[in-house]
Design a protein around this ligand. Structure first.
Ligand SMILES: C[S@@+](CC[C@H](N)C(=O)[O-])C[C@H]1O[C@@H](n2cnc3c(N)ncnc32)[C@H](O)[C@@H]1O
Length: 214
C-alpha cells in the first residue's frame, strides 16, 4: 500500500528530527490520503505546496514523481526549519510565508494545498481560494476536510485542537469546488476520501489559459 511506503519514507527522511516529529510524520499518511494527492501530481512538475508543514509531501514527490522543483511555504518557522533540515535536495526550497503575503515567484505547474483551508478564518477563505488563481497554475490539488457528517467534523476539530490549540473552520467540498469553477478553473475531480473519522475530500482543478483581466 502506497500510504505505508510514504510512512516508511517519512521515518527515514526525518531521521535527524526529534522522535515526536518522526512519529508524527510517520503516522500522517495513515490518517491523511497523501498518496492520492501525490498520484495526482504529474511526473516532473514544478510544484508550490501552500501550508507545507514539515515538507513531507514535497520530499515524497521528489522521490516518487521526480519533481522538477518544489517550493513549500508555511507560516510556521519551526515547520520550515524541520523541512529544511530534512533535505539537501537542490530542487526543493522552503520559506516562512503566510498565505496572505505575496506568493513566491514561479512558474508553478501545480499548486497543492493539503489541510490548510480549514485553518483559514471563514471570512477569509473565499479570498484565499481566489488568490490561488494569481499563481496561474495548470493544476490545483486541494485536500481538505468537510463539515459533514457533523460527528466527523467534531472529531477533526478535536484532533486539530489537541495538535494546535486552535479552532478550525471546515468548508463544504461542493462550495470550494464551485469557487474554483467561478475563478475559471475546470474542476475535474471532487471526491470524498474518508479515512477513519476524518472527512477528507480532494478537489482537482485545471486551467489551460490564464483568465483575462476584467
Ligand atoms: C494540518 S497542517 C498540514 C501540513 C501539510 N500540508 C501536511 O499535509 O502535512 C496545516 C499547515 O498549514 C499552515 N498554515 C495555516 N494557515 C496558514 C497561513 N495562513 N499561511 C501559511 N501557512 C498556514 C500551518 O502552519 C500548518 O503547517
Amino acid at each position: 500500500m502506497k500510504s505505508r511506503q510514504i510512512s516508511r519514507f517519512a521515518w527515514r527522511h526525518y531521521c535527524d528530527a526529534s522522535l515526536s516529529i518522526r512519529w508524527l510524520t510517520r503516522l500522517r499518511p495513515a490518517i491523511c490520503p497523501l498518496e492520492v494527492v501525490a498520484e495526482s501530481v504529474p511526473v516532473g512538475a514544478r510544484v508550490l505546496d501552500v501550508g507545507c508543514g514539515a515538507g513531507l509531501l514535497l520530499s515524497w514527490l521528489v522521490e516518487s514523481r521526480s519533481l522538477a522543483s518544489g517550493v513549500g511555504i508555511d507560516l510556521s518557522q519551526r515547520a520550515i526549519e524541520i523541512a529544511k533540515s530534512a533535505t539537501s535536495d537542490s530542487r526543493l526550497r522552503f520559506e516562512v510565508r503566510r498565505t496572505q503575503e505575496p506568493w513566491p515567484v514561479g512558474p508553478f505547474d501545480v499548486v497543492t494545498l493539503v489541510d490548510v483551508l480549514h485553518h483559514v478564518e471563514p471570512n477569509r477563505q473565499r479570498a484565499f481560494v481566489k488568490r490561488i488563481g494569481e499563481i496561474n497554475p495548470k493544476r490545483v490539488i486541494l485536500k481538505d476536510l468537510d463539515p459533514r457528517p457533523r460527528w466527523k467534523a467534531w472529531m477533526n476539530a478535536l484532533h486539530d485542537f489537541l495538535m494546535t490549540r486552535r479552532r478550525v473552520y471546515p468548508r463544504k467540498m461542493t462550495e470550494v469546488a464551485a469557487w474554483l469553477a467561478e475563478d475559471g478553473f475546470n474542476v475535474v475531480r471532487v471526491e470524498r476520501l474518508d479515512r477513519l473519522w476524518y472527512s477528507h475530500y480532494l478537489i482537482e482543478a485545471t486551467r489551460t489559459t490564464s483568465p483575462s483581466a476584467d
